[in-house]
Design a protein around this ligand. Structure first.
Ligand SMILES: Nc1ncnc2c1ncn2[C@@H]1O[C@H](COP(=O)(O)OP(=O)(O)OP(=O)(O)O)[C@@H](O)[C@H]1O
Ligand SMILES: [Mg+2]
Length: 254
């Protein structure tokens, strides 16, 4: 078990091309246990591409990923999930035709013990109860776990997706614009959840265009510009103007 301050996830010289277009160039960053790292940059700065590389959805063109000091290659998102990394994608990836609890358990459905379990039947009651408790912990009220996700509001869907990631992560949680579609109160609750996840000793990568949120909840900020990490510094070194200037390039970084 990592101690607070140990490096959990480390990225060395990661690059990613889309065909002949180089999207991500030589990015280095790490996330420590009990640390929230903000990842910021304008639209197209390549934040979500980096998220997909970290979560196994895309393969990097070059560079290495280390978890607990051991180099890993994720052949699929499942391998990253099994290793303890949960990701909330920007396009949150819920299955709208399934219920809330089925979404929380998607890909890891619980079977009841005994003959039925071995035959692969799902314990619906267990999933509904656990999903509800997990979402309750996130602090955002969502309707009953048995309801179809297609009948939820955008913000409620977002809450389900966050709850799913928070309840399964054991090492690192990556949240790509988790407060999108949320009202002010609900966004505040998501920030509180991030602080709670940090207090549990997990590492968090938090992506947002809402700079006051980033300044409020992160310990360190990595600024991406045109696919490069142009700045990586403790949050205490930024105020709103400096952060905005670094993102837009008005403030030069070395
Ligand atoms: N699957 C893909 N194939 C080709 N190009 C892609 C693909 N995904 C993203 N890109 C390109 O990579 C660049 C970075 O996109 P990305 O989604 O990583 O940016 P972002 O920083 O997350 O932006 P936003 O703040 O708008 O979410 C964009 O120019 C985009 O068009
Ligand atoms: Mg994005």
């Amino acid at each position: 078990m990592a101690k607070i301050g140990d490096i959990l996830l480390e990225v060395k010289n990661i690059s990613k091309s889309y065909g002949s277009v180089v999207a991500l160039t030589d990015v280095n960053m790490n996330v420590r246990a009990g640390e929230v790292v903000g990842l910021v940059g304008d639209n197209g700065a390549v934040k979500s591409t980096l998220v997909k590389v970290l979560s196994g959805a895309y393969q990097p063109t070059s560079g290495s990923i280390f978890l607990d000091g051991i180099e890993r290659h994720w052949a699929s998102p499942h391998e990253a999930i099994d290793a303890g990394i949960e990701t909330l994608y920007q396009d949150s990836g819920l299955a709208p035709h399934l219920s809330v609890s089925a979404n929380v358990f998607l890909g890891r459905e619980k079977t009841v013990p005994g003959l039925l379990g071995r035959m692969g039947f799902l314990s619906q009651k267990y999933m509904d109860m656990t999903a509800h408790a997990d979402l309750d912990r996130v602090g955002i009220a969502v309707p009953p776990s048995s309801r179809s996700v297609s009948r939820l509001s955008g913000g409620q869907r977002q809450a389900v997706a966050i709850g799913r990631a928070v309840s399964w992560a054991s090492k690192v949680i990556i949240l790509d614009e988790p407060t999108n579609h949320l009202g002010a109160r609900q966004a505040g609750e998501v920030l509180a959840v991030i602080k709670a996840v940090k207090a549990r000793g997990l590492g968090v990568i938090f992506i947002s265009h809402t700079l006051p949120h980033v300044l409020q909840v992160t310990d360190r900020i990595v600024v991406l510009r045109l696919g490069k990490a142009v700045c990586n510094a403790p949050t205490s070194e930024f105020d709103a103007d400096r952060l905005l200037g670094t993102i837009t390039g008005l403030i030069e970084t070395t």
